[in-house]
Ligand binder design. Structure first.
Ligand code: HEM
Length: 460
């Protein structure tokens, strides 16, 4: 056959097999575009030279403390997290403002374990009974979890049950942030601003249960609440639960054991550790070095370096068969001694919800498993852009789900193709727009201009 005649067949074969090869290629290409546009000469750890032992040492180093100033990457994160990225705890540089904000976050998260679990269980029961009334349903897990965590965080902040309107505003805000972060959609600043206005009215009315950071103006306090509780907290807990429930849907024996023995805290801890080992919520956490870091006799990481700490690579070290999901590995292993940092490293700005998250997630898992059996045939990846489609069968009803699962699998593979192309296009657009807006870069320039010049008395 002539090559010209072959071409249409090659095109048809490429199109038909696209679900198998296209998504990974597009993800790789997106990574390259991001690297190129951000312009940081970043060092990713662990790498061939510096393994897992050095990873922890460098991450914990006092000079690995810069968060935003001096990295092109920050313009992109600030763009995604707006409004108020400059007062988000994750992005504040060390100093009195950071300390004030971090202390305030601790106050909100400090309830007793029993009280926090009871609040999470009550919010889950209310939302599940309202949104999943039938015997069989096929939600996307992240979407199902968001209203639960919206209600939970509302209660942490305002100390009363969450009204429907507030829940919609919170879910609208959190979903908008995470969709933009995953490049499945563009940002909708007006949607986010609706929540800002609502929170402002509540702060002005004195409705917040704890004192807000005194170092911040009122509009900064509102942005702090929005960024920490109605974005990060809702997003992280919803993503974490989507991974956990999807894992249970695809490992029926693990699901059965958790459903049959809801009081077995140890087994739940193993399942959660294994879920977060394989699917850590952070792909990369970055730091900017505030001083030189001497790694060995031959290598010094100069001040101003952008360090990228890769959680998936670190979590994969020291395990046999690291890709496979196996909670039983934690029977022989302590999470403290393993290469395992789902909530970050204790000495360098770890997650303030380190204690709260597992116990609240356990309470919600119990509510879900008490009501439903879960099954799913979709692809489970760390970034989970599909939001985790899953079949929920009410306990006590018998349903043949085989045809539905086949349909889900095929739909998922084709959605992956369309989505990966969309992510590439929208991601590239947002990276360029973030670079044009330079939110972080301009913020730090303004701060430097306000600083008294060296030599002036105020400087001493
Ligand atoms: C499953 C749940 C969660 C996981 C796995 C998780 C994971 C993490 C990780 C790994 C970090 C450190 C990143 C780094 O070193 O840069 C972090 C930081 C942070 N997390 Fe979480 N998180 C979760 C839930 C939450 C919740 C519920 C909140 C609510 C307040 C929260 C708020 C924060 C904040 C404010 C930081 C920045 C800390 C700082 O820089 O001082 N996270 N989280």
């Amino acid at each position: 056959m002539k090559p010209v005649r072959l071409l249409p067949w090659v095109a048809v074969a490429a199109a038909l097999t696209a679900p198998r090869w296209l998504p990974q290629r597009v993800v790789a290409l997106r990574g390259k575009v991001f690297e190129l546009v951000n312009g940081d000469d970043a060092i990713t750890l662990p790498n061939e030279r510096f393994g897992p032992d050095r990873f922890r040492e460098v991450y914990s180093h006092p000079a690995a403390g810069g968060r935003s100033e001096g990295a092109g990457l920050s313009d992109l994160f600030w763009y995604w997290l707006s409004p108020g990225p400059e007062v988000h705890q994750e992005h504040l540089e060390a100093g009195p403002r950071y300390d004030d904000v971090a202390r305030t976050t601790q106050r909100f998260l400090a309830g007793s374990s029993d009280a926090l679990s009871a609040t999470a269980a009550r919010c889950a029961a209310k939302v599940l009974d309202e949104l999943v009334p039938g015997e069989l349903s096929v939600p996307r897990l992240r979407d199902l979890m968001m209203p639960i965590w919206a209600e939970f965080n509302y209660e942490l902040v305002f100390g009363e049950p969450c009204p429907r309107r507030a829940r919609e505003l919170i879910v609208g805000n959190a979903a908008d942030v995470v969709n933009a972060l995953k490049c499945t959609d563009l940002r909708h600043p007006r949607r986010r601003a609706r929540l800002t206005r609502y929170l402002r009215s509540r702060v002005d009315a004195g409705d917040v249960v704890h004192e807000l950071p005194g170092a911040l103006s009122t509009s900064e306090q509102v942005h702090y609440l929005q960024g920490t509780f109605f974005n990060t907290s809702v997003v992280q807990l919803s993503e974490g639960m989507a991974h956990l429930l999807l894992v249970l849907a695809q490992h029926p024996h693990v699901q059965r054991r958790l459903a049959d023995e809801p009081g077995d805290e140890r087994y739940f801890a193993h399942v959660l550790d294994e879920t977060m080992r394989v699917f850590p919520l952070f792909g990369i956490a970055h730091r900017i070095t505030t001083d030189d870091i001497r790694v060995d006799e031959r290598t010094t990481l100069p001040r101003g370096s952008v360090l990228c700490f890769s959680y998936p690579d670190y979590h994969a070290t020291g395990h046999q068969d690291p890709e496979s999901f196996d909670p039983s590995r934690w029977e022989r292993l302590s999470a403290k001694d393993a290469a395992h940092i789902p909530f970050g490293v204790a000495s360098n700005r770890p997650c303030p919800a380190w204690r709260l998250s597992p116990l609240a997630m356990r309470a919600v898992t119990r509510e879900v498993l008490a009501r439903f059996r879960l099954e799913s045939s979709v692809r489970h990846t760390r970034s989970l852009p599909s939001r985790g489609p899953c079949v929920l069968v009410r306990r006590g009803t018998a349903r043949d789900t085989r045809a539905l699962l086949r349909f889900l699998r095929v739909r998922d593979r084709w959605e992956d193709v369309e989505r990966s192309v969309r992510q590439l296009v929208l991601g590239t657009w947002m990276v360029l727009d973030a670079r044009r807006q330079r939110l972080a870069g301009r913020h730090f320039e303004r701060l430097r201009q306000q600083e008294p010049p060296p030599g002036c008395p105020a400087h001493r």
